[in-house]
Design a protein around this ligand. Sequence first.
Ligand code: RRO
Length: 327
Amino acid sequence: MREQSRTDFFTILPGEKISMDLSTTIAGVQFPTCFMNASGALCVTREELYALGRSRAGAIVTKSMTVEPRAGNPEPRYFGFPGGSINSMGLPNLGYRAYAELIPELAQFGKPVIASIAGLCEDDFLTMARVIDQARPDLIEVNLSCPNIPGKPQIAYDPVDSERLLKRLRPLITVPMGVKLPPYFDPAHHVVMADVIRRSGVDYLNLINSVGNGLVVNPRQDSPVIKPKGGFGGLGGSLIKPVALANVRAFWKLLEGRIPIIGTGGIMQGVDAFEHVLCGAWAVQVGTVLVEEGVGVFERLERELMEALAMRGQPSLHECRGKLKEL
Ligand code: RRO
């Protein structure tokens, strides 16, 4: 006879309401729930940021900002398909001065505000950090991993450049400083970057940015599905979940659970968030599913995560963190 699985003992009846604490704390900042938008997804304009504020999202994360406002790359520049998405947005944003004005307004929603910065050169990061810090977001996230600017490599694939930049930024930022990293595909790279992170005063990690420079082809038109960079763009959604989980797990182990991690990549359902937490995430961000479904997605994800926890007899998110078993 089949061994009865643990989940068989916990049945949730249709319509049954379960309530569980999904709040989390990162670098001393409290988040009412662990779900939030990934930078880039529905967070460029004032209207979008306000909609996140009114939603069930546990935080408001801004689009990565640059010194000057940007229209971004030519369209089409986002394409969703059954396994995920590809984008080459090219940093469309209002420019850091506009976000410096908006950030204090966003405090009214009573949830943390994360300001994401992405310079086109090293000095841009420093210029923005000084001013954005004065606007008092709850955290500042340094995006070292935008894959979509023609001619600009992803900074975090160069550990020397990354360390120099982070060490120059650190003294300018008085709120917790996070770093958004790209996926790494070899344990040797995880080791090198974990050392950089340890030495640079980083308060939290966001893992991972989109998987850069994929190519999705439309065979009916003999063409790529997006226009910029010959169709090359960052992949997101279900297809990148294993890569995201591997990066969360690798950094959790290397940093011994001492630096909080926001898990990003492939979260379409509550159980995907549970997997991120098992691998070592404190909170999770959603990009593709938010773009596809809108801000109502946060309510669904919360309910599904509570169900996933209840079915496993898990009383809280925190007790599962990092507890992935080895076979
Ligand atoms: O704007 C973008 O093209 C973009 C950015 Br900044 C990023 O960090 N990640 C991504 O997939 N797209």
